[in-house]
Design a protein around this ligand. Sequence first.
Ligand SMILES: Nc1ncnc2c1ncn2[C@@H]1O[C@H](COP(=O)(O)OP(=O)(O)OP(=O)(O)O)[C@@H](O)[C@H]1O
Length: 259
Amino acid sequence: MSAVEVSGVTKVFNQGRTDEVVALSDVDLSVGQGEFVSLIGPSGCGKSTLLRLIADLIAPSTGTVTVAGKTAGAARKEQAYGIAFQQAGLFEWRTVLKNVELPLELRGMSRAERKDKASEMLALVGLEEFAGHYPAQLSGGMQQRVAIARALAVQPPLLLMDEPFGALDEMTRERLQSELLAICATTGTSTVFVTHSISEAVFLSNRVVVMSARPGRITASIPISLESRDEAARQSPAYFESVTSVRQALRGAPLKSAS
Ligand SMILES: Nc1ncnc2c1ncn2[C@@H]1O[C@H](COP(=O)(O)OP(=O)(O)OP(=O)(O)O)[C@@H](O)[C@H]1O
């Protein structure tokens, strides 16, 4: 069963009004179990809209979305996915530990159990020493790691991420990319990841889905096969070939892999 199945989805905002926007048109997307898929495309092509549809934060105008075989709404109620956005979105008045505990609290988990689980998640992102700190005492990269720990706390089979590293410096970003891959490999989590960065998409993904603007459509789906996902991979010929393929697809050039 697919982790995510988007079929024939169209999303029209402000339908029938003068400011009507067709944000997505006839989108089909299937994400396999444990697969890491990045969405890339020009500003306004509907990447965030597609992610929000999968998360059931908005409803499609036509078409269907299922997450692990359930409707997107049922999946949201069961916390079948974790979400992380560009802004870490932490609660300033809660400690780091209490932030990570929040989704577990909402699940009704006992105090002791959720403390253990949240501590385990903080260890996974290398922040166990900062459990008692408040978000304002952490750097942007550390806050983003807390947000990832929180998204993973309920051990969702699916992670939805919208430019989670967009506001970070290059070095921090690369470190977090590696951490994220390690976490996904350990937990077997499937991921849908929105980014503007071709290199980030190629390094992280099993597949890069390229979208075009007005109306947002999927124009290419490029499988990425790197031998490893370590620092050496960023210098490998396969990596540079994939970067070129994605760049050409973004420019609308014919694709070798699509022929
Ligand atoms: N709530 C809304 N109401 C009206 N229009 C919207 C709404 N949300 C998004 N849109 C429009 O839908 C289109 C797609 O927006 P979306 O944010 O999904 O694009 P994006 O690819 O994520 O862009 P970016 O890369 O700039 O973040 C845009 O034209 C946007 O203005």
